[in-house]
Structures are given as C-alpha cells and as structure tokens.
Design a protein around this ligand. Structure first.
Ligand SMILES: Nc1nc2c(ncn2[C@@H]2O[C@H](COP(=O)(O)OP(=O)(O)OP(=O)(O)O)[C@@H](O)[C@H]2O)c(=O)[nH]1
Ligand SMILES: [Mg+2]
Length: 524
C-alpha cells in the first residue's frame, strides 16, 4: 500500500516532527488545532497525518523517541478537536521511521464512540465466557465467568445461555476500563459515563432450540460486528455455519475467536484454523490470522472482506491482549443520525416508580427526554402517541439517545400490556404505517422440497417475528439455492417494515434470506 495516496486529498497533512516543547505552546498549539479541524472537516471526520515527512513530501524519518513524541503531540491536538488517533502505521525508511496516522472525530454529538458486537457460535463454545473475561480482564481460573452473562435461574442450573444478555466494557484514552463485578449496575453506569469508547455486547445463545432468540440477537439489534466463536476442541459445527450464515445475510463484518486453546495441542488448533479458513473462503471472505499488533493495522480498514481470526484462552488469557486491541481499533460504523428517530422495540419492562420502559437499539436519529413519539402498530395497525420521559443506557441516565446505542426509554401514554416486541417507537415525522403485504427478492438457502402455494414461514426482520403467507411471483416454485420474487402477507398482525430492509425467513429446516423491494398494502 502506498503511504501517501496518489490522488490529491485535502484531508492529508505532512509533519516532519512535532515536539511538546515547541508545538504545545499556546500559539503553535492553536494553529495546529485549527489546521487539524480543517482537515477533519474536509475529510468527513477523518484526517491523515504523514509524519517524518516534510511539507513538500520528502521523507526525513524519525527515531523511535521522536516518533513517539510526535504522536503524543498529535494526540493532544486531536483531543482539542474532540478527535482521537485511531490507527498508526509505521514504515521503515533508511533506519528511521515514517508514519501514517489516522485521526477521527469522536462521535459527532460529543458523545463517545460506541460499537455493538454480538456473539455467535455453537453451544458451549465459550461465547459468554469470552465476553465475561473481556469485561473483568482476569483469567477465568475456575470456569465461572459465564455467570456474569447467564443470570436466569434455569441458565445457571444448566450452564447454558437461553436468552439475549447485554454487557459492556470500555476504553478511556486507549486504556481498558474493566469491571470488578460486571453485574454491578453502578459499575456499568460508570463505564458509560467515563469511557470515550464503549463496546456493548449482545450475548447470543448457541443451543439449537433457541435459534429464534439467536436470530433476534444477530439481526434485531442493529449490531456493528459479529464475533463468531469456535472452540478449539470441537471445531466448526453446523451451528457455527448457521450463525455465520445469519451474519452474512445482513452483510456484517465478522471477527472469529478460536477459544479454549489451553485444552488441546498445536496440531488440533491448526486443524481447526484450516476448517475456518476453508469455510470463509467458501463464502467469499478472506481469513487473516492475527499474530501481533502489526497485523491489526493491516486488516482494520478491510473488514468488509477480511475476517480476523484470534486464538484465545479464557484460562490463560492468551490472545486477549490482541483482542482488546482489535476491539479498541474497530471503527464505529456509519450511523444515520440525521434521520428522524426510530427504534424497534426488543423488550418492555414495567418498573415500579418509573412505569413503562421499552428497550432496543436506536436505528436512526436522536431523541431527547420530553419528546412526543408514536408507538405501534397494534393488532389493527394503529399507532399511539406517547411521550419519552427519560433515557438510560446500562443504568446511566442519558440526555440524548443516538443511532447505534442500546437504550431503555421510559414512556408515558400507553399501558405496558399494550406493547409488544417488534413494534416501533418513532418520531412523529416518520409517519409510520402498518404493512399488510410486501414484495421481496429472496434466496432460498435450504429447503427439503419446493416452495409452492401454501408455504407459511416466519418472517424475522429487525425485532419483528411474524408468520407470513408466501407467494412466488415470477416462477412456479422455488427450491434450495434459487432466487426469486415473492409476495409476503402478514397472516395475523400487520407490521412496520420498510423497503430495502433485509430479513430472514424460516420454517422447520427451511431457511432463506431476502430484501423487501416494494410495500404492497398498508393496514387500515
Ligand atoms: N479450558 C477452557 N474452558 C473454557 C474456555 N472458554 C470457555 N470455557 C468453558 O466452556 C464452557 C462453556 O462456556 P460458555 O461461555 O458458557 O459457552 P457459550 O458459548 O456461552 O454457551 P451457550 O451460551 O450455552 O451457547 C464453560 O464451562 C466454560 O468455563 C477456555 O478458553 N478454556
Ligand atoms: Mg452463553
């Protein structure tokens, strides 16, 4: 990769060397800060600094110490601009170093960066343990870290995850913010308050009977990245493939962790790596085993095709340093902040003293407490006016909910029993309408016979799961591997769905994916 992109680019700045003594003094600092502000603005929130190169582009090179000092100055200037260093690449030049530094604006509201990662993979492969271990940052010597996620009595009894669980940790100025006790609400709230980057997790159950819940976890939460876990002893299984398929259906970037490497020898780990590589190549993604920090810099801006693979053990913490660094570097995906507020409801609570609370991931826009909203549709396709009273994220009150955040919103104007998963909470200007039927392009992944008249699968899109009648439009029938145009009609209750939305449908062993191309009929 060329260090300096060939095409003229306004967000690139060359700096030979910066020192704290000269460049952090008032006037100079002010000048550098406004220069960076300009670069960030022209670069749509991103600026690239080439250091060790003079302003005509001639490379001079820096020693290790000079390089570090220049970075420190850039860091300080970035902070002035509410931005941060996301990535540093080093290149050797005549025994010295030149560098390419990517600086990005922090979340536009002045709020923190926030990414949501969902776990995926076979039952017992170590998803909950991995998340628990990341949160506490300590080795799981007694094999109990999954208890930080699986809090329901029947989960604790069986040692299995049976529902979605939410967790988080964070980073502040590049340092990890761990939790002593991840179940302590105050500690969680503190992370949200203090971190400049919050990593939220949706922990998904792997046990097959909970596939429906897994689908909800992977496609209903607007997640940014999928973290697919493969245990080194078992290797790739049909559930690994199934969950990978779900992540691909919604085109998500994927990270793979091979877990439990403490349990077996090198040879078996190599075999499992091979299985994963074959699987990824089959689906058109490029596997890339991360061995050290340098590898992270290589893949971080190529995650649409490349899949980083990290070998880990929760018992020895092997691989966790790299995993932390990867999660720290993962860019926030683009959020639709400038559209009107919209959230698909995932859960509802009736909390004493607070009232009705709905939770989910904000799909688009922003919301402030006090705003008037619409909620629905109900069984007859109607929406009701409500008011947002307060907003929380992991027990921390927020003054604003933004696209991409997992939040709980206390609302007034509707009874708790009237709300269902799959309904939306939206700004009035969205003018949401309940849909009875729509047209879609689908791909049948797996079907034992033919999809013909009378086929009634379950549609899963956002947090909606609802039976539909499916009619094939452009052919007589569809079989495994076929794509086709279909009409889907909600059988029992109209739903809020939108053109362009991706979904999954299934019935028994049949599965398929699709995109809504046209709304055909609204309810009411
Ligand atoms: N030796 C060893 N054991 C591990 C490791 N990671 C997880 N385990 C153990 O594997 C078992 C399953 O771990 P979980 O984290 O519950 O697995 P899961 O993938 O969340 O399982 P489900 O949510 O039920 O699908 C537990 O007994 C863990 O202690 C590891 O790195 N090394
Ligand atoms: Mg689990």
């Amino acid at each position: 990769m060329p260090i300096v992109p060939r095409k003229e680019n306004k967000n690139i700045e060359f700096k030979e060397r910066l020192t704290a003594e000269i460049h952090l003094k008032n006037d100079k600092k002010q000048h550098l800060a406004s220069q960076m502000k300009y670069r960030l603005e022209t670069g749509d929130g991103k600026a690239i600094y080439i250091i060790g190169v003079d302003d005509k582009g001639a490379s001079k090179g820096l020693t290790d110490i000079e390089f570090e000092e220049t970075l420190n100055v850039l860091r300080a200037i970035a902070t002035e601009n509410n931005a941060e260093i996301l990535k540093v690449e080093k290149f050797a030049e005549n025994g010295k170093i030149i560098g390419r530094v990517l600086i990005v604006k922090k979340y536009e509201t002045g709020l923190k960066q926030h990414i949501i990662i969902a776990s995926a993979g076979h039952v017992n492969h170590g998803k909950s343990t991995l998340i628990g271990t990341l949160m506490v940052g300590k080795p799981d010597k007694t094999g109990k870290h999954w208890l930080y996620l699986n809090v329901l009595p029947h989960e604790i009894e069986r040692g299995l995850s049976a529902d979605l669980h939410y967790a988080l940790y964070g980073f502040k100025a590049g340092k990890i913010l761990n939790l002593k006790n991840p179940l302590d609400k105050k500690e969680r709230a503190k992370i949200v308050e203090q971190a400049d980057k919050v990593v939220s997790f949706v922990d998904v159950p792997g046990h097959e009977p909970w596939l429906r819940t897994a689908i909800r976890g992977l496609i209903g939460q607007n997640i940014d990245y999928g973290l697919l876990v493969v245990a080194a002893d078992d290797g790739v299984t049909h559930i690994t493939k199934e969950h990978l398929g779900l992540l691909l259906a919604i085109s998500l970037p994927i990270i793979i962790c091979i877990t439990k490497i403490d349990k077996i020898g090198e040879r078996r780990i190599g075999e499992v790596e091979q299985q994963i590589e074959n699987l990824l190549k089959y689906i058109g993604r490029v596997p890339f085993t991360i061995k050290d920090e340098k590898d992270l810099a290589v893949i971080i801006d190529k995650l649409d095709i490349t899949v980083p693979i990290i070998k880990t053990s929760a018992v020895t913490l092997e691989g966790y340093d790299l995993l932390n660094k990867l999660l720290h570097a993962l860019p926030q995906r683009k959020k639709e902040l400038d559209k009107p507020f919209l959230m698909f409801i995932d859960r509802t609570y009736n909390i004493t003293g607070v009232g009705t609370v709905v939770s989910g991931t904000v799909k688009q826009g922003r919301l402030k407490p006090g705003s008037e909203l619409l909620i629905g549709p109900d069984a007859s396709g109607q929406f009701k006016k409500v008011k947002a009273v307060s907003i929380e994220m992991h027990y921390q009150p927020l003054q604003e909910a933004n696209a991409g955040l997992v939040v709980g919103i206390a609302i007034k104007g509707i009874k708790h029993e009237e709300i269902e998963r799959g309904m939306v909470l939206s700004d009035i200007s969205v003018k949401p309408r309940a849909v009875k039927s729509f047209e879609a392009e689908i791909l049948v992944l797996n079907h034992p016979t033919r999809i013909a008249p009378g086929y009634e699968p379950v549609f899963h899109g956002q947090t909606v799961s609802e039976s539909v009648k499916l009619e094939v439009l452009d052919k007589e029938y569809l079989k495994s591997g076929d794509t086709g145009k279909v009409r889907m009609i909600f059988i029992y209750k109209p739903q809020f769905v939108q053109e362009g939305e991706r979904f999954i449908f299934r019935e028994g062993k049949t599965k398929g994916i699709g995109t809504i191309t046209k709304i055909l009929k609204f309810a009411g």
